[in-house]
Design a protein around this ligand. Structure first.
Ligand code: NAP
Length: 197
């Protein structure tokens, strides 16, 4: 696999059947123990990156609360600048550096709205990619993922429309898909955490 710069760690809690949320978008799969593990991991990276839909669906804070340490920079991929200005990450952008990565397609009114907030830029060496499935696919498809850390939670969620760990078009052939090496398995109560690189 081509080496990426910055280093990207794809991280998610998934159901036993590989979903990251139910068909209605409920993604509360993580246990308390897993939240602590994830937040400790967040203290070790420079940035957390998510796609716009994850902000729209979950309105996450994407900070460090269940561990001691500094919150990383938060990055949202959002070509049209539709991240709501009343979302938690925008409302706390004066406390934690936040980047909304837009494209040239952004309507001027959205750019003007977001430009009122102190959104930053920084040198980033390690990114924790925290979904959703569409964004995960784009990174996997472009060979930008260096490590995958998934917590397998004891839920069977089902639903052909429920988001999975990696969505998008997917690879047509197993031989063309991303093949990883299993480095570590951690038993964590009723869950397991898998470390692949
Ligand atoms: N269990 C977990 O650990 C976990 C973690 C995170 C999310 N989730 C769940 O995942 C669901 C959201 O996933 P999703 O697949 O719908 O959306 P997503 O990946 O959160 O967001 C996708 C959107 O991001 C924008 N984007 C901009 N640049 C992109 C790029 N280069 N690559 C990919 N996307 C880019 C696109 O919108 P524009 O075209 O408008 O820019 C795209 O439609 C939610 O239900 C959430 O609860 C679960």
């Amino acid at each position: 696999m081509a080496r990426s710069s910055p280093r990207v760690i794809l991280s998610a809690a998934i159901s036993l059947d590989g979903k990251i949320a139910t068909r209605s978008g409920d993604s509360a799969l993580s246990s308390g123990v897993d939240k602590k593990r994830l937040h400790k991991l967040r203290t070790q990276v420079d940035a957390i990156l998510v796609g716009k839909n994850t902000i729209l669906q979950d309105n996450p804070m994407l900070n460090v609360r269940y561990a001691k340490g500094k919150s990383p920079i938060r990055i949202v991929l959002d070509s049209l600048g539709q991240t709501p200005t009343n979302s938690k990450i925008i409302q706390t952008s004066d406390e934690i550096q936040t980047i909304v990565a837009v494209s040239e397609k952004i309507p001027k009114k959205n750019l003007d709205k977001l430009a009122k907030f102190p959104l930053g830029h920084a040198k980033i060496k390690t990114i924790l990619l925290e979904g959703g499935g569409t964004t995960n696919w784009d990174f996997v498809n472009q060979g930008l993922v260096d490590q995958v850390i998934v917590t397998i939670t004891p839920y069977l969620v089902g639903g052909k429309d429920a988001k999975t760990l990696v969505d998008g078009d997917g690879f047509a052939k197993i031989s063309k898909s991303l093949r990883l090496n299993l480095d570590k398995i951690v038993h964590q109560g009723n869950e397991i955490v898998l470390y692949y690189s």
